[in-house]
Design a protein around this ligand. Structure first.
Ligand SMILES: C[S@@+](CC[C@H](N)C(=O)[O-])C[C@H]1O[C@@H](n2cnc3c(N)ncnc32)[C@H](O)[C@@H]1O
Length: 290
């Protein structure tokens, strides 16, 4: 692994906290680009995260970084800024009751319905997929269920604003200790254990990876094309970073991409405040389009 060589001596500007003017400039820019609402009190977090960009670019202080962002070259720096600012915490089968509900209610009911229906393709979207644990958990569940129903085809879209996590997600390589599965035998069925320098890691097998299409998608720049309608959308643990108006707008847009009877899952701590958009609550943090 490459060793990090500091661009400036220890104790230089690099370790100082960000000044108010620079903090306000960066948090406004982040809000405009992503709707991530940093608020007034995240100076330590922003200092620590943006410092990574100072080191990578060999800049001495936050002022120089803001100058770069204001310059014509600033546009090219934006993806890297959003990469360091976004919080990407995730896990396999995080918030297990959502997966239990899919397995015990959503998939069997949809399969029964599909038997009498022309449309035999099941489509799900993991919006804000981070490094891939969420879409691969869904893919494992779908594979396990639909292998008993070979007339069904299924596919998954996985998207995120961060290009860094999307790259990791597409590779599908994880520390084995971090792969917690509801059924231990799924480790052998769905993961290839690494050897040599990859000892301790495991990669999602290709027959699962090939079902998942990864795509860069920023909720703020909602695409006009390329989205289908989905029977299931997971948009979990990202609404908490948005203000109320953005949450409302996003919920409406997601609802418009659901099939009638389709389900929207949000994070357990993110219940939608005001329901509209043709959604009804079926469980805490699970909504169905009427
Ligand atoms: C905490 S992770 C949640 C991952 C996963 N959904 C879960 O619940 O485990 C939040 C993700 O939302 C993404 N995100 C933040 N703002 C976004 C935006 N405007 N558009 C799309 N994704 C965004 C971040 O890059 C990050 O990967």
């Amino acid at each position: 692994m490459r060793k990090f060589a500091p661009s400036s001596p220890a104790g230089s500007m690099n370790s100082e906290a960000i000044a108010t003017a620079e903090y306000e400039f960066i948090s406004r820019l982040v809000y405009d680009q992503s709707r991530i609402n940093l608020g007034p009190d995240k100076t330590e977090l922003v200092s620590a995260r943006v410092r990574k960009r100072l080191r990578a670019l060999g800049l001495d202080d936050f002022e120089s970084y803001c100058e770069l962002l204001r310059s014509p070259a600033g546009k090219a720096e934006l993806p890297s800024l959003l990469d360091v600012i976004s919080t990407n915490v995730t896990d396999f089968f995080r918030e297990q009751p959502h997966f239990d509900y899919l397995q015990s209610v959503v998939l069997p009911e949809w399969e029964t319905h599909a038997r009498h229906n022309q449309d035999k393709s099941f489509r799900a979207w993991s919006a804000a997929c981070s490094s891939g644990e969420e879409p691969y958990s869904l893919a494992i569940l779908f594979d396990d269920f639909f292998q008993r129903h070979p007339s069904i085809t299924w596919s998954l879209l996985a998207s995120d604003i961060s290009t860094r996590v999307l790259k990791a997600a597409a590779e599908g390589v994880y520390l084995q200790d971090r792969i917690k599965l509801p059924r231990p035998e799924w480790l052998g069925t769905y993961f290839q254990k690494g050897l040599g320098k990859w000892d301790g890691y495991a990669r999602v097998k290709s027959h699962i990876r090939k079902h998942v299409q990864f795509r860069h998608l920023n909720f703020v720049k909602w695409p006009q094309e390329g989205l289908e309608v989905y029977q299931v959308i997971f948009c979990r643990n990202v609404m908490i970073y948005f203000d109320r108006q953005t949450q409302e707008e996003l919920t409406g847009r997601l609802a418009s991409r659901l099939t009638p009877g389709g389900f929207l899952f949000v994070g357990h701590s993110e219940s939608l405040l005001r329901l509209g958009h043709g959604l009804r609550s079926v469980r805490p943090s699970i909504y169905q389009k009427l």
